[in-house]
Design a binder for this molecule. Structure first.
Ligand code: MTE
Length: 312
């Protein structure tokens, strides 16, 4: 993860959509989509897929990041090491796209991403996102709880971790995959308790639209209480295991990018203080909160483990 000096996403504060305006627009879109979806397709499923209802449990303490910033300033190393991966990532073929579910499950399976989505209850959530590079955003994701996929996958009781993997050379050879010193494919992992917590989310859309390549289409993990590198993009495989996954960044540098990676303003990264964060769009600097502000929901997952789980 490189330090960047030129920031294309720096928009004047006035350009950010105030949350109230944004939420009203979403509410209108949802009502309109509901009427249109209900009439045209006559079903709850159509309504959920076309215009998922915002989940009122997930609100923000800050303005929603301008869409242009969240969709143009991205980390996606498979496409290169700069933040400007939009044109390369948008060349990634998104269909057909299969997801393999395997490991310690009742029955391993490979299914098309659209068949998987049909089986999942799609909703919208406003989440904060905090990158270890000390920038942050707040965006409306569409998707479904990872817990729903875990239930669908029927893991065996011996499974203690979930591992999620991005495409590798065998699926799609993105330009950055040519960097032989990176341990492709990009892998991330969670304990089963984390994966079945309410906050863990699999995203399929952003700002009311399908995800674009640069944000991890067609399916990406979204973990708002952890540093952004845990939120693995463009997932092709989800495996259940009884061993702690060997994650991409930890393979590169375990001291700097640990397995837990829970946001903690008190523990600096060697290159970035974690005390404050810069908001994409407004460039405002605000204090970082423990667990990125989600302690009420997730601190219980780490009872007795705090020393390890809050270190990195
Ligand atoms: N997933 C893959 N496969 N490759 C990556 O390089 N970067 C991570 C994460 N997921 C990354 C990835 C990092 S460091 C961050 S901060 C987020 O994606 C950025 O997500 P965004 O570009 O949608 O903001």
């Amino acid at each position: 993860m490189l330090i960047r000096t030129k920031r294309d996403w720096e928009l004047p504060e006035s350009a950010a959509t105030p949350e109230s305006v944004y939420l009203n627009r979403r509410a209108l879109m949802t009502v309109a989509g509901g009427i249109a979806g209900g009439l045209a397709l006559g079903g709850r499923r159509a309504l959920a897929a076309d215009a998922p209802a915002p989940n009122p449990a997930y609100t923000l303490d800050r303005a929603v990041t301008p869409e242009a910033a969240a969709t143009s300033y991205n980390n996606f190393y498979e496409f290169g090491t700069s933040k400007d991966v939009v044109s390369a990532a948008q060349k990634m073929p998104l269909r057909p796209w299969t997801v393999r579910i395997d490991g310690l499950v009742e029955k391993p399976m490979t299914l098309g991403v659209d068949d998987l989505l049909k089986a999942m209850p799609v909703e919208e959530r406003l989440y904060r996102h905090r990158c270890v590079e000390a920038w942050a955003m707040a965006v409306p994701w569409m998707g479904f709880p990872l817990a729903k996929l875990v239930a669908f996958a029927k893991p065996l009781s011996s499974a203690t971790y979930v591992e999620l993997q991005t495409f590798g050379r065998d699926v799609y050879a993105a330009p950055g995959l040519r960097q032989p010193f990176y341990p492709w494919p990009y892998v991330e992992g969670l304990t089963m308790a984390e994966a079945t917590s309410d906050l863990a989310f699999l995203s399929t859309g952003l700002y009311g639209k399908p995800l674009q390549g640069q944000n991890g289409a067609p399916l990406r993990l979204t973990l708002p209480w952890k540093y952004g590198f845990k939120s693995v993009k463009s997932v092709v495989r989800i495996s259940f295991t009884d061993k702690r996954p060997k994650t991409f960044w930890a393979l590169l540098n375990a001291d700097e990018y640990g397995f837990w990676a829970n946001v903690n303003p008190a523990v600096p990264h060697p290159r970035w203080s974690q005390a404050r964060e810069r908001l994409l769009g407004s460039n405002e600097s605000v204090p970082t909160q423990i667990y990125n502000g989600y302690g009420a929901q997730v601190a219980g997952l780490y009872k007795g483990l705090e020393k390890e789980a809050l270190f990195m």
